[in-house]
Design a protein around this ligand. Structure first.
Ligand code: PFF
Length: 458
């Protein structure tokens, strides 16, 4: 597609909503709060912010530069910027990683739809024993067809949005869904922090506790920044390929980081205030669930906590609706990468491309869901296929993708091009250009290699 005919996002708000839609997802709700509680409260938040500033934002900017200058899907963008060079395979790697991540992400998106339906129909209400909530989730995990049904609902919702195209589909949907998500989160957060004893939860979450600070905490903060900002998978490359020439990349990267962090902090405040208000400080089981995070926290502990509140059914339904918004806006960005790739590299129509991506994720998602059932054969070296897909993508492929990005923009790309992208052809002043290059060339790759090695040794 030629540069002049390439579609662009229509508005600045649309750009922020779409990029923040990709970033805000499960990472903000089930990882950040638990990492903060485990990592020394306010100290973790501080380390996380440092990681976002010194390491996340430079890589976000690098992906933006590749996307806007390359004007194509990740593979095409690398090829356009380095014709005849093997960098094309960096893009293929990103697309492959995205297909794998989608395979388990869509299963979880399906769970959120399932739980929303359970909450609406009152099936999460009137249960007294914690074991009843565990059983509900176990029933879902053991029922491959039920998971597949709800996954199909999320696949179709995502595919329809992506099928409508960049402006009418992705931008319009994000502009509607992200403000709604933010509003629901604010309402839930205000409700949670005004509950009796909510302060105990906030104190637990934010009290600086130096005794928790270990090298592992730095690694977790870096990994979290990476996952949460959707880095290393070509998501931001693809979205930036739809940025117009007047979009200020630095400002957009900053806004994206602020929104993503704010949502994570608000989600943490909501979850911890509710937990400490309902269960008190002494509940070992709840503390354990809070520090583990993940599906146990979201699908077993939280429904139990909401149920104990007045209007519990409403809070549970609102929470799972919020999660649907968060997962679908991230899923859209995952699907758009594969769609743009098939459309531009193999000349499939956009609709055919979306259908192929959806069919692929339905099959691989089905296998991932089936691996969770009791005696599934899809368990390898003690890990289910579902967990393998998560580990391979989040622990291995995302950091490697990030290394590729910092290598390409930090070392290979002509610095004049980098500068002109950041300054919109010298129409805006850029400060810190040298600092930026230093972060991208040295700090980011060294940080990534450390996360990678430590997570391999874990
Ligand atoms: N950033 C998303 C989250 O925090 O849940 C996850 C994600 C989406 C990662 C898209 C990577 C990606 F390409």
């Amino acid at each position: 597609m030629s540069e002049s005919t390439r579609v662009t996002f229509g508005t600045k708000l649309g750009i922020l909503a779409a990029t923040a839609g990709s970033a805000v997802g499960l990472g903000n709700v089930w990882r950040f709060p638990s990492e903060t509680a485990n990592g020394g409260g306010a100290i973790f938040v501080f380390i996380y912010l440092a990681c976002v500033i010194f390491f996340g934002i430079p890589l976000v900017l690098a992906e933006f530069i590749i996307g806007r200058a390359g004007k194509a899907n990740p593979a095409g963008a690398y090829r356009n910027l380095a014709p005849g060079k093997p960098f094309y395979f960096f893009g293929i790697f990103a697309v492959a990683a995205v297909m794998l991540i989608s395979s388990f992400y869509m299963v979880v998106a399906g769970w959120t739809f399932d739980y929303f339906a359970l909450a609406l129909t009152g099936k999460l209400s009137n249960l007294t024993e914690p074991s009843a909530f565990k059983q509900i989730f176990a029933d879902l995990a053991n029922d491959t067809w039920r998971q597949t049904f709800w996954m199909a609902v999320s696949v179709i919702s995502t595919a329809v949005i992506v099928g409508f195209g960049v402006k009418k589909g992705i931008e319009s949907a994000s502009k509607l869904m992200m403000p709604l998500l933010f509003l629901i989160l604010l309402v839930m957060c205000v409700r949670a922090v005004t509950l009796p004893n909510a302060f105990e939860g906030l104190a637990f979450l934010f009290r600086p506790d130096l005794s928790h600070v270990t090298p592992q905490v730095f690694v977790s903060a870096l990994g979290q920044a990476f996952f949460s900002l959707s880095l290393g998978m070509g998501c931001l490359i693809t979205y930036a390929s739809y940025f117009g020439p007047d979009v200020r990349l630095g400002k957009t990267a900053g806004q994206l980081a602020v929104v993503d962090t704010l949502v994570a902090v608000l989600a943490g405040m909501t979850i911890f205030s509710t937990a400490f208000s309902v269960a008190g400080t002494g509940s070992a089981e709840i503390s354990e669930a809070l520090s583990h995070g993940g599906p146990g926290l979201i699908f077993e502990t939280l429904p139990q906590l909401f149920q104990a509140l007045p209007l519990g059914q409403l809070w549970a339904a609102l929470f799972f609706f919020l999660l649907i918004l968060a997962t679908i806006t991230s899923a859209i960005s995952l699907y758009e990468i594969g769609t743009a790739f098939l459309h531009e590299e193999f000349h499939c129509s956009r609709i055919t491309s979306v259908i192929l991506i959806s069919a692929f994720t339905l099959v691989t998602g089905f296998l991932a869901a089936a691996s969770l059932g009791g005696d599934s054969p899809l368990v390898f070296f003690g890990k289910t296929l579902f967990d393998w897909l998560d580990t391979i993508t989040a622990t291995w492929m995302m950091p490697i993708g990030g290394l590729f990005v910092s290598w390409f923009v930090g070392w290979y790309l002509d610095k004049k091009l980098v500068r002109s992208q950041l300054s919109n052809n010298d129409t805006t002043a850029i400060r810190f250009f040298r600092t930026y290059l230093f972060l991208l060339r040295y700090v980011a790759p060294i940080g990534i290699i450390i996360i990678f090695l430590v997570s391999l040794l874990k």
